[in-house]
Design a protein around this ligand. Structure first.
Ligand code: 4NP
Length: 157
């Protein structure tokens, strides 16, 4: 099963979600059943490592983020089973790129998998301070746990 996390720049939220989810699959001996990647709806940071503030915040949680930013492309709807977005703007941008109804049905909101946080989007931390990055990681960790339960409950693996 192939999971793609999507945000705007692909340098903060989605590469962090990718790293957390991959870590979770490794811990649960599920790495061979999943491919995890991330992409951005805006190509302006293409090729860059995640924002240094996100890398530092993640590293404090023993998570090393090495993804290189890349733009979302239409072929991703073929390659991936779920495209998981961080906020409404991402949702609208991904939906615009979807080639058909079947592709649109692959779009999910990250916060729909949260069980501890009662929120409906993962805020863009790019212009916020340190606390913003910690908060985003807390929400993403909660959502990734829920996503793991979701794919297992759905017997998608
Ligand atoms: P992300 O954060 O979507 O979580 O990667 C952002 C990164 C860069 C920009 C906006 C959001 N930007 O405008 O360059």
């Amino acid at each position: 099963m192939n999971l793609l996390f999507v945000c705007l720049g692909n340098i903060c939220r989605s590469p962090a979600a990718e790293g957390i989810m991959r870590n979770l699959f490794e811990k649960n001996d599920l790495s061979d059943k999943f491919f995890v990647d991330s992409a951005g709806t805006y190509a302006g940071h293409c090729g860059e490592l995640p924002d240094v503030r996100m890398r530092n915040a993640a590293q404090k949680r023993n998570l090393t983020l090495t993804h290189r930013s890349r733009p979302l492309e239409e072929a991703d709807f073929e390659r991936f089973d779920m495209l998981i977005v961080m906020d409404d703007n991402n949702y609208a941008a991904v939906e615009r790129l979807a080639p058909n109804r079947e592709a649109k049905q692959k779009i999910y909101r990250m916060t729909d998998f949260c069980t501890n946080f009662d929120v409906d989007y993962v805020p863009d931390p790019y212009y916020s301070g340190h606390d913003g990055f910690e908060y985003v990681l807390d929400v993403l960790e909660d959502a990734c746990e829920g996503l793991l339960n979701f794919v297992q409950a759905k017997k998608l693996i």
